[in-house]
Design a protein around this ligand. Structure first.
Ligand SMILES: Nc1ncnc2c1ncn2[C@@H]1O[C@H](COP(=O)(O)OP(=O)(O)OP(=O)(O)O)[C@@H](O)[C@H]1O
Ligand SMILES: [Zn+2]
Ligand SMILES: [Zn+2]
Length: 802
């Protein structure tokens, strides 16, 4: 078994296979599948993953593995197989799929350190290597002629750990520890030798006589009310010694979180959880769709199912959409399971993410709560996977590998024979259709736990407002209700449905719109900097004083950005305190949380924001929710736009009246008769489902048909169309009769960064050979891609159509 099959880090489709390398003697006892190694590849040395050890190769003259990067595998056997599955399913490279499973820190350049974790005596070689130090550079080990096997054993026994230091800003957080360097009786002697007036020094030594253990310098200074110079003095005298110790960055203050206990379940919750518990107990894979209205207690169901999993010694993954991963959300899990929870959130620094990943990798926690990529958490004994808000499109990754976390969850659920629970107040049509057919098990929570009715929703026809002479973006009714609400000391949430919306600049005389010179899209006006920016290529320019087309100076900005709404609101309700939450005010780390906390502490009357406020907020004092432009999404070139509108309106309505106070929702729209707006206003998911399904069937969209979106782009317009045309022809020749191939059509944004973009859409019911066919097509154009800068992306089950 001295040959390793390695997937190498070469980003080319021709190389989507393993290569054989021989394992030199010094690594023979060390190398295991799931470790990263350095191998020679052509003239270079590159990284690769060992996927298997074998004893024979069909090649002779194998090259040697040069180095090992991991002393313990970073990927389990299951994850290695899963990587292959992901690569196949998303038509991406195996190496890309494997790397997607690891935290960023393990992908970039790093230095390694060996950390001594024990005071017990190590082997003589290792003692010699550490020479009394708490940690050493890995390089020292490499030069020291000690066997890898010896080190690996010490690591397995927990005596030594290995850490990656990233050469960029990410470093481990270390604190200075202080401990006595003499036996207690020598300390007593030392006290005698201290000069009389050096009282502080004496107190420090007495402290160690009482508590002879190492303590952080900070704590010591606090406890003894001393200074670092006193400590330094004692160190210089050889009485104390200091060393650095890594601490895990835990961004959440676990101890401050109030512990909670399981609530007695309502009858509906009880009925929902029973089959899930049975699936856990019987070790049977099953997919559950938990359809529960907002505030119906889905989270309590998750918590109690996880409790069961933990008590069986198994592990749980909970996926939550990025923007719902608020401190409130985290607290609910930490409140129940304390330190047993790791959190994987993109707002954490790379170092923090890595720490959390390691806590999972070392089996220090049994629960992970995280955004999409947490689905790859390296647990080996999964008992449940939960996907909250399963309808969220962020579960689909938008670049390679273009996986959907739901599919990965089900694949892992099959492997571990454990349940997968998909929860939502507004399930996707795909999931609901599967539940209707019995592929998934449906559980329904139809009532809020507090038996409060869902807040009443009023639709306001904005066309009538205009006719009545109201030119503001706030209807008369909304104004009146906001005033009343604020007078009563209650709070308002205002949603500006901004997707597909922007503040563009137009000349009022000739109608010229300022566009990006590289992308066919209007530039967005940023008030703070008074500049125009392209959101696709980051092109920036100053706001012109006059129209570049007709030189008129009545050039102004249109659209309703949150800033403009805030301004207008400030004029109409000067006494109201407004908090704005959008990409601009939440860019900085932690600002999202800070704004929410301010609102929770009632430091503002109105929370104004984009989509990001629709999720998971739970404030007892919110009694009015206003939606400014309910229909702005409806006209996007996306077959899911009605579904998204329905989901958003339902979610945002769910923010009102969740507690004692009753809530009310006002929805402003120019299309009050649209079924997604009408049905959302009466919380009628079922009729919406039926109506939308009939549309999908008629237009041949999911869940009736599967979709593939192929986007081709090139600097040369003609070449881009021609290549797309060829793809369409190649497809037409091979697909079944009931499969639809559309294109070439210009993409909704026909040019980005000076590249012309065309697309081809495939709608199919059953094409078992489609993946190989698509691979063949990619292969066919590989020369064009490599030499001619052609770009082809294939998105299976796409969620974005721009
Ligand atoms: N069995 C129960 N008895 C009493 N209160 C409960 C029970 N289950 C949940 N709750 C409470 O009901 C409220 C709503 O529950 P939760 O937030 O879990 O609902 P949800 O379905 O997840 O809502 P959303 O979809 O809006 O996030 C919470 O305050 C929760 O503590
Ligand atoms: Zn003009
Ligand atoms: Zn641009």
């Amino acid at each position: 078994m001295n040959i390793a099959k390695v997937i190498v880090d070469v980003p080319s489709s021709a190389i989507n296979q393993t290569f054989d390398y021989s394992i030199p003697k010094r690594f023979q006892e060390v190398i295991k599948p799931g470790m990263r190694v350095i191998v020679p590849f052509g003239p270079r040395k590159i990284m690769g993953f060992v996927v298997e050890r074998v004893s024979e190769s069909s090649f002779d003259k194998l090259k040697d593995i040069v180095d090992v990067l991991d002393i313990t595998p970073v990927l389990t056997k299951e994850l290695l197989d899963l990587g292959k599955w992901v690569a196949n399913n998303t038509l991406s490279l195996s190496i890309t799929a494997l790397q997607a499973m690891l935290p960023q820190v393990l992908k970039s350049k790093y230095r390694k350190q060996l950390i001594r974790e024990t005071d017990e005596v190590l082997t003589p070689e290792l003692e010699h290597l550490f020479a009394g130090r708490g940690f050493i550079d890995y390089e020292e080990f490499e030069h020291a002629n000690i066997s890898y096997y010896q080190l690996q054993k010490a690591i397995q026994e927990g005596d030594i750990s290995i850490e990656y230091l990233v050469e960029s800003k990410i470093t481990k957080k270390q604190i200075v520890m202080v401990k006595p360097s003499k036996e207690p009786y020598l300390l007593e002697e030392a006290i005698m030798d201290i000069p009389k007036n050096a009282n502080k020094q004496k107190q420090v030594i007495s402290y160690f006589l009482e508590y002879p253990k190492a303590v952080s310098q900070k704590e010591l200074i606090n406890k003894v009310k001393t200074t670092s110079s006193t400590i330094k003095n004692l160190v210089d005298k050889g009485i104390l010694e200091t060393y650095k110790q890594e601490i895990f960055r835990n961004p959440y203050n676990d101890d401050a979180i109030k512990r909670t206990t399981p609530l007695p379940l309502t009858e509906e919750q009880q009925n929902a959880i029973e089959p899930i518990q049975a699936s856990i107990n019987e070790h049977q894979h099953e997919v559950f769709l938990l359809h529960g209205v907002t505030g119906s207690g889905k989270t309590e169901v998750y918590l109690q199912a996880i409790q069961n999993v933990i008590s069986k010694g198994k592990e749980a993954i909970v996926l939550v959409p990025e923007i719902s991963l608020t401190p409130q959300m985290v607290e609910r899990f930490k409140g129940r399971f304390g330190k047993n929870v790791a959190v994987m959130h993109s707002a954490l620094s790379a170092g923090e993410k890595y720490d959390e990943w390691r806590r999972i990798h070392r089996k220090e926690v049994q629960v992970v709560v995280g955004a999409r990529s947490a689905i790859f958490a390296p647990f080996e004994n999964l008992g449940i996977i939960i996907i909250d808000e399963e309808h969220e499109t962020t579960y689909k990754q938008e670049d390679q590998p273009r996986y959907h976390a739901r599919d990965v969850a089900i694949e892992r659920g099959k492997y571990h024979q454990c349940p997968v629970v998909l929860g939502s107040a507004t399930p996707t049509l795909e999931s609901y259709a599967r539940a209707s057919k019995g592929v998934y098990q449906l559980a329904t929570l139809s009532k809020r736990t507090n038996d409060q009715p869902m807040p009443r929703v009023d639709i306001i026809d904005m066309r009538k407002e205009l006719h009545a002479g109201n030119r503001t973006m706030f209807s008369r009714k909304l104004m009146q209700k906001m005033e009343q609400c604020i007078q009563k000391g209650e709070q308002v949430v205002l949603l500006l449905n901004r997707r597909g919306y922007s503040t563009f600049v137009m000349c009022r005389d000739c109608g010229h719109v300022m566009e990006c010179p590289h992308c066919d899209i209007a530039l967005t006006y940023h008030k703070n900097s008074n500049r125009l920016k392209c959101h696709y290529c980051s092109y920036e320019t100053n706001l012109p004083a006059s129209c570049p087309e007709c030189t008129s100076d009545s050039i102004r900005y249109f659209g309703t950005g949150t800033q403009r709404v805030e301004e207008a609101l400030g004029k109409l309700l000067p006494e109201a305190r407004i908090l704005r939450m959008d990409v601009d005010t939440t860019r900085r780390k932690g600002s999202h949380e800070k704004l929410l906390k301010q609102f929770g502490d009632r430091k503002a009357d109105i929370l104004l924001g984009t989509q990001m406020i629709a999720k998971g907020l739970d404030f007892e004092n919110v009694t009015l929710v206003g939606v400014l432009t309910a229909d702005s999404m409806l006209h996007l070139p996306d077959f899911r736009s009605s579904e998204r509108t329905f989901q958003l309106l339902t979610q945002v309505s769910g923010r009102a009246g969740r507690h004692e106070l009753t809530g009310e929702v006002l929805v402003q729209t120019y299309t009050p008769d649209h079924y997604s707006i009408e049905l959302a206003s009466v919380y009628n998911f079922h009729d919406f489902y039926k109506k939308e399904m009939s549309m999908r069937r008629k237009f041949k969209y999911p869940p009736y048909f599967y979709l593939v979106l192929i986007t081709v782009s090139h600097e040369n317009n003609v070449l881009a169309v021609q290549r797309t045309q060829t793809i369409v022809q190649m497809l037409m020749k091979s697909v079944k009769r009931n499969t639809v191939v559309l294109g070439p059509t210009p993409s909704p944004i026909p040019r980005i960064k000076d590249r012309y973009r065309y697309q081809c859409m495939i709608k199919y019911k059953n094409e078992p050979n489609l993946r190989p066919l698509l691979n063949k097509i990619m292969e066919y154009f590989s020369d064009d891609v490599r030499k001619n800068n052609l770009l082809i992306t294939v998105d299976l089950e796409p969620y974005h159509f721009m």
